[in-house]
Design a protein around this ligand. Structure first.
Ligand code: ZN
Length: 135
């Protein structure tokens, strides 16, 4: 079972909490146990799981991603967005999650974040639940 989701990013770099979209779809499937894969089909975006309680955490993460991978005049890629490509690979484009009692098994302070590194753009991501799971 595969579901395609749309995300409209509003800034050049942004972390967007996509947990509610995924939970809502999961509830509609009726699946109670299993695993769920999130996949981001972009080369300048990523997905990660981190704190949802204090929004300053997302801000600090974006700030340090920028310090870890700053734009550089020595980059050769003509689009000028090599830093975004590097961040995408560092953070990764997939996450595996556990479905337990019909909900995503996440820690109290965890949310799933779509990571935009070269926005604003219209983006997509996929959620997939392997076949063979019983509702
Ligand atoms: Zn590029």
């Amino acid at each position: 079972m595969i579901k395609k989701f749309e995300v409209r990013t509003r800034r050049q770099q942004e972390l967007i909490d996509i947990t509610p979209q995924i939970q809502q779809w999961l509830a509609q499937t009726g699946i109670r146990q299993g695993t769920l894969l999130i996949f981001v089909p972009h080369t300048t975006a990523a997905v990660t799981i981190n704190e949802n309680a204090d929004p300053d955490v997302a801000t600090d993460m974006l700030g340090d991603f920028e310090r870890l991978v700053p734009d550089s005049p020595s980059f050769r890629h003509s689009e000028g967005n090599s830093a975004a490509h590097i961040k995408s690979s560092l953070i990764g484009v997939s996450e595996n999650l556990i479905i337990n009692q019909g909900a995503l098994l996440l820690g109290t302070w965890q949310s799933i974040y779509f990571c935009e590194f070269d926005g604003p753009r219209s983006r997509t991501f996929y959620a997939s639940i392997p076949s063979g799971h019983n509702p």
